[in-house]
Design a protein around this ligand. Structure first.
Ligand SMILES: C[S@@+](CC[C@H](N)C(=O)[O-])C[C@H]1O[C@@H](n2cnc3c(N)ncnc32)[C@H](O)[C@@H]1O
Ligand code: SF4
Length: 353
């Protein structure tokens, strides 16, 4: 990469440039990575709740719930974010479960300081309304991700297990436009429904939105659902799609090191609802809990993990068959994820890289 990736990373440049602090943090992160050659965290995502109103047939988060444990408090999230910032992070995505169902949702957004950082939310839009959009804008959020699976209302609602979801997203797009909030449409893109993704890309162009491709990963309700997964050949076709559609993006495309590939553990981490730290939200493997250890210690363990340190040139949870077989499939032994990596017998030979 990639001038294209660089441009995608800055798809919101018109908003960033009026925020000098944000711009300086981003500039510093590139400088640390490219000039000082230091591993620099870019994004720390938070799944703040396991609760949801929908029953999406493919939902990776469906196994997040642990009824006997307490989700991270606002204070714990703040503390984790402070640590992530010290490691370079300037960006976060807040999701879940459905983030708007968290009773302290706006407090959490506020402590992430959206005026100073790239903070977005990913929502199913079911409980999004004009007042909430206005509040997010007041707090400094300028981009909202509204999940969609098809431009056919019936098919979308069937896949997402919620009648009326499509209409909610359409209303939310209009409200966001009205209040000057950028919209991205994240699509859980599967082999089976790939045509739907192509139609959403066309639709997004018409309404002035971007599209985020989340390649289907076999986790939660999609555990061991190989039919929907992709392979190396598809990955090459996907690259062509990216190159011909500037409004498309994925997290493996916007790396500070300017290379396309899996950012897990190096540039990106995810904090699950009860404090487990994983390489991304779609990875069921935990390297420790922020309730027990410092983030720095956990991240250094992640960076010594073979599958992260190899910096796979595509998405490991969706495309890397070795990782999927050894680590994703192993999640079937647990009623809740993330599971601790030490429990996986393959880890013994994959640590210390
Ligand atoms: C788990 S949801 C949480 C946020 C919110 N409830 C929503 O649906 O937007 C985050 C995103 O992951 C996508 N997703 C869910 N399961 C997936 C899977 N197995 N593979 C890829 N993407 C998935 C959803 O469509 C959504 O865009
Ligand atoms: S993808 Fe989002 S809306 Fe669908 S069940 Fe999972 S958390 Fe809920």
């Amino acid at each position: 990469m990639s001038l294209a990736g660089f441009k995608k990373a800055f798809h919101q440049i018109d908003k960033i440039r009026i925020r000098p602090y944000m711009l300086s943090k981003i500039g510093w992160a590139y400088f640390r990575t490219l000039v000082l050659r230091k591993d620099t965290l870019r994004i720390c995502e938070f799944s703040i709740t396991a609760e949801c109103q929908s029953k999406c047939s493919f939902c990776y988060a469906s196994k997040f719930d642990r009824p006997s444990e307490k989700i991270l408090s606002v204070e714990e999230i703040k503390n984790t974010w402070e640590q992530a910032k010290r490691m370079g992070a300037f960006s976060s995505v807040v999701f879940g479960g459905e983030p708007l169902l968290h009773k302290d949702f706006f407090k959490i957004i506020e402590i992430l300081e959206p005026w100073k950082h790239l903070i977005t939310i990913t929502t199913n839009a079911i409980s999004l309304n004009e007042d909430k959009i206005k509040e997010l804008k007041r707090l400094g959020v300028f981009l909202i991700n509204l999940s969609l699976n098809s431009v056919d209302a019936q098919l979308n609602d069937d896949l997402r297990g919620y009648k009326g979801h499509y209409a909610k997203v359409m209303d939310a797009i209009e409200l966001c436009k009205k209040h000057g909030i950028d919209v991205f449409l994240p699509v859980a893109t599967s082999k089976k429904y790939f045509d739907e993704t192509l139609k959403i890309i066309d639709f997004a162009k018409k309404v002035g939105a971007g599209v985020t491709i989340n390649l289907m990963c076999a986790m939660g309700r999609a555990e061991k659902n190989y039919e929907e997964l992709f392979d190396g050949e598809f990955w090459l076709n996907l690259r062509k799609l990216y190159n011909s559609n500037p409004n498309l993006r994925s997290d493996y495309d916007v790396n500070l090191n300017m290379k396309i590939g899996c950012p897990a553990g190096f540039e990106k981490i995810h904090i699950a609802p009860y404090g487990d730290v994983t390489g991304c939200s779609m990875n069921p493997v935990s390297f420790g809990s922020v309730r027990e250890e410092s983030l720095e210690k956990i991240v250094s363990k992640m960076r010594a993990f073979y599958h992260f340190s190899k910096r796979h040139p595509s998405c490991i949870v969706a495309v890397d068959s070795e990782y999927i077989q050894d680590y994703m499939d192993f999640a079937e032994n647990f009623s809740s994820v993330p599971y601790r990596i030490e429990k996986n017998p393959f880890y013994e030979k994959h640590k210390g890289f």
